[in-house]
Design a protein around this ligand. Structure first.
Ligand code: ATP
Length: 213
């Protein structure tokens, strides 16, 4: 199972957590093998794409047999570093940030929000969903090397300056929920999730690409 991970295309890599979640469920229900058609139906990715994705990590399904669930699962666990805990910091404990603090990410993957930051005195010093909330002024003091990822749920206008501070302190990846387009150095991985844009695009698709049925 020696796979050069740099050879896995990014689009494939983005689907891995989806596959992993489904395979984990299959495994716990005692299933030993799965076909690409079954997988396709469950994760809503077409089966040709699944076959191509899986071929990158040497999982070649056999005709009439499908894929070995145990093999795939151990591959995903290793590839997604599921044996390693990823510590996360959250900046901005507003409505969205608070929801994330209550949401138990570790149920489905090995990530855990260890600390949160805000500037609102009413929130500082409290614990939300078991996560301590600190003042943003003390960001540098609390962030340590073992926190690699940050979730940004602050107002857009403060997102860039906070991002610069996070990077300065060694954060490697940012999940940006603000509408701000952030400038980051090349070695920093940033994923933008703009919920308003996603919703608008869904509505647009419903209107302009209605399903045939
Ligand atoms: P949401 O967008 O999450 O629904 P909201 O409407 O509750 O949030 P926003 O004004 O978007 O509130 O602010 C989100 C959170 O970010 C608030 O808790 C606010 O106190 C906090 N915040 C504002 N400015 C900063 C800053 N400079 N640093 C850290 N947190 C900040």
């Amino acid at each position: 199972m020696n796979v050069d991970q740099s050879k896995i295309p990014q689009a494939t890599a983005k689907r891995l957590p989806l596959y992993y979640r489904f395979l984990k469920n299959l495994h716990s229900s005692g299933k030993q093998r799965v076909s690409s058609a079954e997988l396709s139906d469950a994760v809503k990715v077409d089966s040709a794409t699944i076959r191509r994705d899986f071929s990158y990590f040497g999982a070649l399904g056999k005709k009439g047999y499908g894929y070995n669930v145990n093999y795939l699962l151990s591959f995903f666990r290793k590839t997604l570093d599921q044996d390693e805990l990823t510590n996360v910091a959250l900046i901005g404990v507003g409505n969205l940030g608070t929801a994330f603090l209550h949401y138990n990410f570790s149920k489905n993957n090995n990530t855990i929000i260890q600390m949160a930051f805000d500037v609102d005195e009413d929130k500082i010093g409290s614990e939300i969903g078991g996560v301590p909330v600190f003042h943003l002024d003390n960001l540098e003091q609390h962030l340590s090397e073992d926190i690699a990822v940050a979730i940004l749920t602050v107002p857009a206008q403060v997102a860039q300056s906070i991002t610069d501070r996070l990077i300065e302190k060694g954060i490697k990846g940012i999940l940006n929920f603000t509408p701000a387009r952030l400038n980051v150095p090349e070695h920093i991985r940033i994923h933008h999730i703009d919920l308003a844009v996603e919703l608008q695009s869904l509505v647009y698709f419903l209107k302009h690409y209605p399903s045939e049925s």
